[in-house]
Design a protein around this ligand. Structure first.
Ligand code: ADP
Ligand code: TPW
Length: 584
């Protein structure tokens, strides 16, 4: 391998002489592996790769900024289980895409960032090539794996390795560096095609050890106050039926993490979501399925878990099902680790759960039920109010109804208050329908996720975004219009980050750091590109706008005017901004 000299040839020369070039080998290698969509942004040296991909039947979605193309690829990976592809130009385009690649890796989603790059000889001697950058070295620490292909005959291996690295074990982001000089290299057509690899079983099942399964079952059976927590790894694993059976056969209450909402319908009677702050500190045995004990679960200790001092840590016993063995004991002791893929693990657990399985003590179930009813009644009271201007609750009450009436639609959600309240208020009814800011709480996923959700699923998309969050990817409204995607964006406009009421504490003429232009007309952005813009100041206007958008499938942006004083700092996050003055 590695002996073919680079040739100076164009794509069309190669075809005439029964040769195949690097461009076509990359495209054929992707297609051979069932990858038919590329999210990217063209430019040197990958413009022709994108053109030829389109010419050869791939769907190529061109964005206005690579960050959004990258986010689209990342969520395409989550939604399909196949790596989402993002294609970028060298250096600056690559760096934009890298943000999303790092985010995909953090969230355990399969994605491949393919970037063109400058010539190795010049980059390594730092002689100042066009968009020079040692991209492979920069990508490596930020993703799961990184590869470079220098010779056309290695393209098949490069893409196969990238697919395997992205999908197998704990999924993640992979960087694939394709220098400009690779693309025009040619090989005899037959030789070239023979080097391509169709990856067999890219995400092999990982069966858990029988003793690990037994340990977990024994512990679960002994519980007096058991709880199951479902994370987005459980949604990703597509073990929907097995998980439903596990929950219903054991009768154990469960909590869905944000993107696991809908894995079972949120209205399921065993859902303890409305009693979260009761079940976490009071449970005795907790089974985590595809959820990490990171900040989103307060690291499994502290006040949230009823264990304020280190002495009390481990008050709960934990069972954890995860494909990554090193996830175990990352925050607190895991008493029964079950390492394997979720489908295999839950299937094995189900074998030990028969009709004689003891239901959780009624006292525990009643206590949860009581808490739930109280909190649901409190929420219903808030949702029934109809203030002017709208607040988060009255606007989300409309969104909640619309999502209920359109359970197949994908719900994209970002912001602080717009996120936290929507998570609590908007019920999901089917698996993998809610996609949001994920593990990092990253703003700016809105439009990239919306585009990919529409492209990959063919369903309607509802995106509820805070006005700050929306601004990060707002330029992709043009992309949504260009591809005529059925996306209904609802911007919760409260004139700023968190809220719009802050004032400059120095008293100068500049606005406060969190304040935006008052009463900005975001809907005109959509109208500028031929979509439908709606200005909504009442729930009735919001409802009408959303209903029409879902009916017509036309790109729509609803500027929903929210009371600028309604939001709280950082939403309801458990990690507030550190306060000034050294106070704890
Ligand atoms: P959440 O944010 O919803 O709590 P996390 O992203 O923290 O979820 O956790 C997802 C976990 O799921 C990761 O630890 C990952 O290793 C695991 N995971 C992903 N896919 C699978 C799978 N197919 N089988 C087992 N574990 C998986
Ligand atoms: C990439 C920090 C967290 S939440 C937020 C920012 C800027 C915006 C909140 O205001 P928004 O929502 O969207 O108007 P709402 O409903 O509260 O009014 N940069 C990145 N990610 C994060 N998380 C931030 C900054 C942040």
């Amino acid at each position: 391998m590695g002996t073919v000299e680079p040739q100076v040839a164009t794509a069309s020369d190669a075809q005439q002489s029964q040769e195949i070039d690097g461009f076509h080998l990359v495209i054929e290698a992707l297609k051979l592996n069932g990858i038919n969509t590329i999210y990217g942004l063209p430019g040197i040296p990958i413009t022709d790769l994108a053109r030829l991909a389109q010419a050869n039947g791939m769907r190529v979605i061109s964005f206005r900024n690579e960050v959004n193309a990258g986010n689209a690829a990342a969520i395409a990976g989550y939604l399909t289980g196949k790596p989402g592809i993002c294609l970028t130009v060298s250096a600056p385009g690559f760096l934009n895409g890298l943000v999303a690649l790092a985010n995909a890796t953090t969230n355990c989603w399969p994605m491949i960032l393919i970037s063109g790059s400058s010539e190795r000889e010049i980059v390594d001697l730092q002689q100042g090539d066009y968009e020079e950058m040692d991209q492979l070295a920069i990508a490596k620490p930020l993703c799961k794996a990184a590869f470079r292909v220098l010779h056309a005959e290695d393209i098949g291996v490069g893409i196969a390795r990238a697919i395997r690295a992205a999908c197998s074990g704990r999924p993640g982001g992979v960087y694939l560096d394709l220098p400009a000089r690779l693309f025009p290299q040619t090989l005899p057509e037959e030789v070239g095609r023979s080097t391509l690899i169709k990856v067999v079983d890219p995400a092999p099942a990982q069966i858990p050890a029988p003793e690990a399964v037994k340990r977990a079952l024994d512990l679960l059976k002994s519980a007096k106050k058991p709880l199951i927590i479902l994370g987005k790894g459980a949604s990703y694993a597509r073990a929907d039926e097995e998980i439903r059976k596990l929950i219903e056969k054991t009768g154990i209450p469960y909590l869905p993490m944000s993107m696991a909402k809908g894995l079972l319908p949120d209205v399921h009677e065993q859902s303890a979501a409305a009693a979260r702050s009761f079940v976490l500190p009071n449970s005795d045995v907790v089974m985590l399925i595809g959820a990490r004990l990171n900040w989103l679960l307060s690291h499994g200790k502290g006040k949230t878990w009823g264990a304020s001092s280190p002495k009390e840590w481990g008050k709960q016993k934990f069972i954890q099902i995860d494909i990554s063995p090193t996830e175990m004991d990352s925050n607190v002791r895991i008493d029964a680790p079950v390492v394997g893929d979720i489908k295999s693990c839950v299937t094995e657990l189900l074998k030990g759960i028969d009709a004689n399985w003891p239901k959780p003590p009624q006292e525990w179930l009643d206590a949860i039920k009581e808490r739930k009813s109280k909190n649901i009644a409190k929420m219903a009271e808030l949702l029934s109010q109809d203030p002017r201007p709208m607040n988060f609750h009255s606007a989300l009450n409309v969104v909640r109804d619309i999502v209920k009436a359109n359970p197949d639609a994908i719900f994209v959600n970002e912001g602080a208050n717009a996120l936290d309240f929507a998570r609590a208020i908007v019920d999901m009814y089917k698996p993998r329908k809610r996609i949001d800011v994920g593990t990092w709480g990253v703003m700016g996923i809105g439009m990239g996720f919306s585009v990919a959700a529409a492209v990959e699923t063919g369903e309607r998309v509802i995106a509820v975004c805070g006005d700050s969050a929306f601004g990060f990817s707002a330029q992709e409204v043009e992309t949504i219009c260009r591809y005529n995607l059925p996306v209904c964006i609802v911007v919760f406009n409260n004139n700023g980050v968190y809220r719009g009421t802050d004032v400059n504490q120095g008293g100068g003429p500049d606005p406060a750091v969190t304040a935006f232009v008052k009463d900005a007309r975001y809907e005109k952005l959509m109208e500028a590109f031929g979509g439908v813009g709606v200005y909504a100041t009442t729930p009735a206007e919001l409802r009408k706008g959303m209903e029409e958008a879902l009916k017509s499938g036309k790109p729509t942006l609803i500027n929903a005017i929210i009371d600028e004083s309604a939001g709280t700092e950082s939403g309801r996050i458990t990690h507030p901004n550190p306060p000034p003055g050294g106070k704890k």
